[in-house]
Design a protein around this ligand. Structure first.
Ligand code: FAD
Length: 280
């Protein structure tokens, strides 16, 4: 059943392209998504600062276009002085919102950074810049793959909020019940910040399975089997994916989620279809 039409907030996540062609494609995607009047566009950050300049350049370009831009900062393998410089550079440029993460250690590398967990980064941002930034952190309705237990993971989210995070964006999921239960448990623990669902459109089953194996987001068996059945028929797979994700968004909005955050992979068409379905 569709919820009664209501306004909802949106945000869109991009990665910083490596090539001028990639930058052009991103500009095109951004122009199409801008018509939905998002609250902000966020830009990811490679662990250890590998995309530092590209993240900064992309964020500043978005800001020049008149949109609110939120750089991600991941702290693993970074020193305090590197993060301090980055925070002050963003502050000087008038950036007001950050997504603060631990990041993943690139395979084969040993972490030599000053931060072990995202909660330490959040505390450091508050120490260095007070309440200048609105800070978003990551949350995991199906639990982070390294979490020893669900309770440990929930307590970690609480630690990040207690350290000064204003809101959380979730890892993607296709099982709305996992999110509802997670939010209920957060309420019980006194985690009183908005927990915005992260939405991953379905572009391609191989790519989705690869992401999910790394981040621990489950592709339900029925969904995986239906997607596999499409084989190379990408047109039908994407049409089916649009239906599934539109329904997920409708269920979440009917339940009363504060907003939706889309993982765009720098593309706009499928997301535009989903949002238009949901707004109908
Ligand atoms: P943390 O909150 O530090 O948690 C990491 C693990 O440590 C969890 O298992 C947690 O339970 C555990 N833990 C934390 N504190 C403690 C403690 N004191 N004792 C025991 N266990 C503890 N990655 C990037 O590299 N760049 C990005 O731009 C990026 N953007 C993202 C955006 C979103 C919305 C999300 C959901 C994820 C993003 N990631 C990004 C991925 C993220 O960096 C990884 O999921 C990473 O593995 C964990 O990051 P975190 O900030 O959640 O870490």
């Amino acid at each position: 059943m569709k919820p009664t039409a209501k306004k909802f907030d949106l945000s869109f996540e991009f990665f910083p392209p490596k090539t001028t062609e990639g930058m052009d494609k991103l500009r095109e995607a951004r122009a199409k998504l801008a018509k939905f009047n998002p609250e902000f566009f966020s830009v990811t950050f490679g662990a250890g600062g590998s995309t530092r300049d590209r993240t900064m350049d992309t964020v500043l370009e978005i800001q020049r276009e008149g949109f609110q831009a939120a750089p991600h900062i991941s702290c693993i393998s970074s020193s305090k002085s590197e993060i301090r410089d980055l925070l002050h550079a963003y502050k000087a440029q008038g950036i007001k919102r950050l997504v603060a993460l631990r990041g993943d250690i690139p395979s084969g590398e040993v972490s030599a950074g000053d931060f072990k967990y995202a909660s330490e980064l959040v505390a450091f941002i508050r120490e260095e810049t007070g309440y200048h930034f609105n800070i978003e952190v990551a949350a995991y309705p199906e639990f982070h793959p390294e979490a020893r237990t669900p309770a440990v993971d929930l307590l970690n989210l609480k630690r990040k909020v207690d350290a000064g995070a204003n809101s959380a964006i979730t890892q993607y999921f296709y099982n709305a019940d996992a999110y509802f239960r997670f939010v209920d448990q957060c309420d019980t623990l006194g985690i009183n910040v908005p927990i915005v669902p992260g939405i991953m459109p379905i572009y391609n089953i191989t790519q989705l399975a690869r992401f999910s194996s790394v981040c621990g987001a489950e592709i339900p068996r029925w969904l995986k089997m239906r997607l596999e059945e499409y084989g190379d028929d990408m047109v039908s797979l994407r049409a089916f994916g649009i239906d599934v994700v539109s329904e997920l968004c409708e269920t979440l909005l009917a339940w009363g989620v504060p907003s939706l955050h889309f993982y765009t992979l720098n593309q706009s068409n499928i997301i535009s279809n989903i949002i238009e379905n949901v707004q109908d």
